[in-house]
Design a protein around this ligand. Sequence first.
Ligand code: ADP
Length: 435
Amino acid sequence: MPDRATILYIEDDPSSRQLIQRTLTFAGYRVLVAPCGLDGIDFAKRELPDLILMDMDLPDLSGREVTTRLRGDTRFHDTPIVALTGQNQTGDRERAIAAGLTGYLNKPIDIEKLPAQVAYYLRGGKDVADEVMLRRAQADYNQEVVSRLESKIRELERSNAELRRLDKVKDAFIQLTAHELRTPLTLIYGYSRLIQESPTLNQLRAQSTEFGSFVDGLVESIERMARVINEILTMARIASGRVDLALTTLNLGDVAERAIHQYEVVARQRNLSMRFEAGQWRLAVRADAELIELALHNLLGNAIKYTPDGGLINLMCRINVSSVQISVQDSGIGIDLADQKSIFERFYTANDTQLHSTSKTAFRGGGLGLGLSITRGIIEAHGGRIWVESTGRDERKLPGSTFFIELPLQARAGTTLRPLIAESFDGSDAAAAGH
Ligand code: ADP
């Protein structure tokens, strides 16, 4: 027996765990415990114990299943795995041995004898079983595992269907609520704009600046609220798979310019330089102008939010043989590798939400975590893809991030999407010319 051998005891009953742990620790062993089969497998792989004691009635996997799973790993081929169990029907022992257990100790355990029994298995001792019974037990066990797997799959399918149903209910609820909020908000916005522009307010402004700024603040907040509601509605539309693209032949450069234009003021205020070479963008594509503009708007908005004042934002376009690649590059805080997939999911924000404000343009302002999933929905509805490249997040070194959008210029085989057709405005073949 090695010095201070490590024993892992997998058992869901806390009092049994405590009793065995105390007894074996007292006998000089290092004892680890796990409360269920899955944890037991993880512990065993991490700690590589010299012997495993196994309760057979675990809440998740059975003791036999855990053993079969461990025996499949070469590191556990020779590890003694011993059942500590109340199961003492005819054939239980054979079934356990058929599943790969080394020994079988029946409960109630004789505490006095346990250390010696453990030492026996540690020295290589094994229980033997009747060959014929063992073969039958093996066949029964295989059947049992397969039918348990089948019922688990059915159970998962049922709960999956239920989760999908609940997800739809939730989407419908969000959409309905956003709709209901938008209607009165439109009225509130209309009235507040009337007040803002009324001659009476102008007179009041002359008397007291305070009153005017109250109304300006009110209008600004309503506009922000409307933006959030619109974002939710667009997301709900995309999530429900009902993105009806209003396809037109559009000039990609014009769309990009419109998206950039909306941020010119804030870029100046925050001393951000935005690079955009109109020449690269001389391309007509069939796409939904409003949605493509929204996608670019979201990416530029993020680049602005996550780049400190004085930084650089580059909006570029490259035309390949069968696709157009748009990139939004910033010199901002960057994105951790671990977050680079999740940020495209709904309501995912990589930063501490405490830093979030609904500001769309302040450094580290943030939103609901919907912008990128909306953008992805738009791009995928056009048959394209979106991804990000960044070496990681570092608020001091500012590694920056580059978001890429790739839109196909021809329909791919097997897709039902309407194709995006490229043609240059001056009549020559844009793809071949490589603009
Ligand atoms: P939000 O409304 O929170 O900005 P988005 O879906 O637009 O939601 O973005 C999700 C998360 O991705 C953000 O919370 C942010 O952590 C990260 N992110 C997006 N764009 C950038 C960027 N250019 N630089 C750094 N982080 C970014």
